[in-house]
Every structure is written in structure tokens, then in C-alpha cells.
Design a protein around this ligand. Structure first.
Ligand code: NAD
Ligand code: GLY
Length: 371
């Protein structure tokens, strides 16, 4: 595959996303050009410790002193306790504003290490080397960093752009199928919410994507990074409503994740269920363009990619209460990203609790009695 470089244009905070396959040697120059000082602190996911060790060696070869810590676990790592433990490590290693934090892992490590970098010494630079498909197509680009709070997913966070994103597709070889599928859920999100052409491409490449055909995977990673870069360039801090489109399905998804204690459902799986709820709600409210078969096409694509399209048996009322505390709620009113047609969504606060409860029950939630 051809290597590619995508620039995210954000004035003084611009950065490159480099996409390649098994080109670890290029990492030395990529990091050297972006490290302001002589110390790099690598925060890596233990599941990719071999790959992270190799990256650390290459970065050391670029003349940087390396300190490294590896973490095991998933969503539970995005906690204040874990952030605090990392602040201790950074202080022990005498990190300062010239120190580069290098996050190597999936969205969890990226969000956590990015949050620590955003807050330590009022903000130090960080670079991301994503190792899951989800992190490559979404979480490593755009500067949203966060930890969870028991009252809400990603409730404590910041906007802190990385100084660079280095994607090596070869690291996906060890990614378990379930995690790979979660990344595909975010890819479907881009198609359903902002790019009908991508959606159609996915419909015609289901088998190739499931087989992890490198050409198709590289195409979607490139496509999604370009889409994300252009959205972030226009609405970096999520204020104009444009970036909110990337939260299609997420109000529902975050409620499912919060209610399941950030354990049983992976983020991408919850996003798949959430997109189904959002499309169902749009249909019920008569928002969908006639004749496009949006709901049918989306369900077919998600099921074809082996993603869940039904909610677990959670209480509809409780899900709604959690949604009401979502970050996107304004003055207590819930706001939803709902589709109008494939590739087009809009942000709305005009949703009745009745419609919402009906759709949640249609999609598998239980009534308030729990049955
Ligand atoms: P994750 O980071 O938990 O990784 C999934 C699992 O795969 C973990 O068990 C990890 O150890 C393992 N793993 C990672 N890379 C591997 C590899 N190459 N080989 C083998 N195992 C590997 O989960 P994720 O799906 O990458 O990220 C989900 C998180 O991303 C959520 O917390 C979500 O909120 C966040 N997110 C953030 C943004 C953002 O804009 N900041 C966007 C989307 C999602
Ligand atoms: N994943 C949504 C965003 O970055 O805005």
C-alpha cells in the first residue's frame, strides 16, 4: 500500500496523520521533528507491548531518553485514580513542558494519556500511535481527551490536540475480531452520518472488510481520517454543530456503556446499537427522506459486519435518565443526532420522552418494570 500523510489544519495546533504499513523506521524522523525536548514518556497498552517496545527503541534511536509504562485493562483505565498514578510517574521522571507523552494503544490509552498530557503542568505535548481500528479512524484524531466519571462517560476531559498521529496498519494483525468489529462500527458511523459515498463503499465491501483485506482497510482508514480532519478543522471545539454529527448514535451508546458499568459492552458495539436507536427514532418522528431505506440499509450493513443491532434488556426509563445527563444535553434538554437520509444528520432537541421510550423498547429495552 502507498503511505499517506494527512494534514489537520488548526493554525498553531496543526498536525500530520501518517498512515503506513510496517514502516517503523520512519517513526524516528516523525517523532524527532515533533518532540520539543529530550525526554519521551511512552504510555502503552500491555496488549501491544512488543510493538510498543519496538516503537520505543526506534524513538530512542532518534536521540530521545525514553521512560515507559504499560497498562493492562480496558474502559476502567479511564479513571481519575489511573490518571493520578500517571501524574506520579511523570513527576518521578521529572517531566516538564518539553517532555513528549507518546500514547501507544487503543482509544482508552489515547484518551487517558491525552488527558494526563492535557492537564500535567497545564498541558504538555503528546503524540499518538493508535493500535486499534477504532483509534485509527476516530479517537486519535481531533484532540478530545477524557476520563470517565460514574455519572457519565468522558465527563471529565479537555480538548488537547496531539502533535502527530502515526498509524502503522500492521499492528492490526493482532487485534481480536471483536475489537476490529468495534472499529468498523465507527466507520459505519462516518458513512451514515456524513458521507453517503463511504456508506455505499462499505455496503459493497462487507466481505473484504470482514476478511481484513489490507487494501480495503487502508482505504477506510484514509477515508475516515480525511473526513475527521475536515470536520475538526471546521469545528474543533464542537460548538457549531458540525462535529456533533460524529456523535451519531453516541447519546444512546454512552447510556448503554454507563449503565453497564463500562464493562460488558465495548464502545463500538454500543455505537452500533445507538445508531439503530437513532435511526428508529428518526423514522418514528417522520424525519427520514422517503424511499431511501435508511433504516433497512443501516441494519443490513451493521448485521453484515456482525455488529449488534438490538439493545441489551436494560430499563428504558433508566436509559433515558442517563441520557439526560449526557454532555450534549443543554439546559436539561436532551439533544440527539438524528439521520435525515444516508450521509446526512441533524442535531435536534425536539424529542418526546414517549417517542424515545417506545423506540428503546422496540430496540430491546424493557419497560419500567424491568420486563
Ligand atoms: P481499547 O483501547 O480498550 O482497546 C480495545 C482492546 O484491544 C483492549 O483490550 C486493548 O488492550 C486491545 N488492543 C489494543 N490494540 C491491540 C492490538 N493491536 N492487538 C491486540 N490487542 C489490542 O478500545 P478502543 O475501542 O480502541 O477505544 C474505545 C475508547 O475510545 C472508548 O473509551 C471511547 O470513549 C474512546 N473514543 C474516544 C474518541 C475521541 O474522540 N477521543 C472517539 C471514539 C472513541
Ligand atoms: N468521536 C467524536 C468526536 O471526536 O467529536
Amino acid at each position: 500500500m502507498d503511505n499517506s500523510l494527512i494534514l489537520v489544519r488548526l493554525e498553531g495546533r496543526s498536525y500530520d496523520i501518517a498512515i503506513n504499513h510496517d514502516q517503523a523506521s520512519g517513526l524516528a524522523d516523525f517523532v524527532r521533528r515533533r518532540a520539543p525536548g529530550h525526554l519521551a514518556i511512552v504510555i502503552a497498552d500491555a496488549s501491544v507491548s512488543g510493538f510498543a517496545g519496538l516503537c520505543a527503541q526506534v524513538i530512542a534511536g532518534a536521540g530521545l531518553r525514553i521512560e515507559m509504562t504499560t497498562l493492562s485493562g480496558q474502559e476502567g483505565l479511564k479513571s481519575l485514580a489511573q490518571a493520578s498514578a500517571l501524574y506520579d510517574r511523570l513527576a518521578d521522571w521529572k517531566a516538564d513542558r518539553q517532555t513528549l507523552v507518546v500514547a501507544i494503544g487503543g482509544g482508552v490509552i489515547g484518551d487517558l494519556a491525552g488527558f494526563v498530557a492535557a492537564t500535567f503542568a497545564r498541558g504538555i505535548p503528546f503524540l499518538i500511535i493508535p493500535t486499534t481500528l477504532l483509534a485509527m479512524v476516530d479517537s486519535s484524531v481531533g484532540g478530545k481527551v477524557a476520563i470517565n466519571h460514574r455519572r457519565g462517560k468522558n465527563l471529565i476531559g479537555a480538548f488537547h490536540q496531539p502533535v502527530g498521529v502515526w498509524i502503522d496498519l500492521s499492528v492490526l494483525d493482532t487485534l481480536p475480531d471483536r475489537e476490529y468489529r468495534c472499529g468498523l462500527a465507527e466507520v459505519v458511523k462516518y458513512g451514515a452520518a456524513i458521507d453517503a459515498e463511504l456508506f455505499a463503499y462499505l455496503e459493497s465491501h462487507v466481505d473484504a472488510l470482514k476478511a481484513r483485506d489490507l487494501k480495503s482497510v487502508a482505504a477506510v482508514v484514509n477515508w475516515c481520517c480525511r473526513l475527521k480532519a475536515s470536520v475538526v478543522e471546521r469545528d474543533e471545539r464542537d460548538t457549531s454543530g458540525e462535529r456533533a454529527a460524529l456523535n451519531y448514535g453516541h447519546t444512546f451508546a454512552h447510556a448503554v456503556e454507563t449503565m453497564s458499568g463500562y464493562g460488558s459492552w465495548r464502545h463500538g458495539e454500543a455505537v452500533a446499537m445507538g445508531m439503530e436507536c437513532a435511526a428508529g427514532l428518526a423514522q418514528r418522528m417522520g424525519l427520514l427522506a422517503p424511499g431511501e431505506m435508511m433504516t433497512e440499509r443501516q441494519s443490513r450493513l451493521l448485521s453484515g459486519l456482525d455488529l449488534p443491532i438490538r439493545l441489551p434488556p436494560m430499563k428504558a426509563d433508566e436509559l433515558i435518565d442517563v441520557m439526560a445527563s449526557d454532555k450534549k444535553a443543554q439546559s436539561g434538554a436532551m439533544r440527539f443526532v438524528l439521520p435525515r437520509r444516508v450521509g446526512t444528520v441533524e442535531l435536534t432537541a425536539q424529542v418526546s420522552r414517549n417517542d424515545l421510550a417506545s423506540v428503546l423498547r422496540d430496540k430491546g429495552a424493557t419497560g419500567s418494570s424491568g420486563h
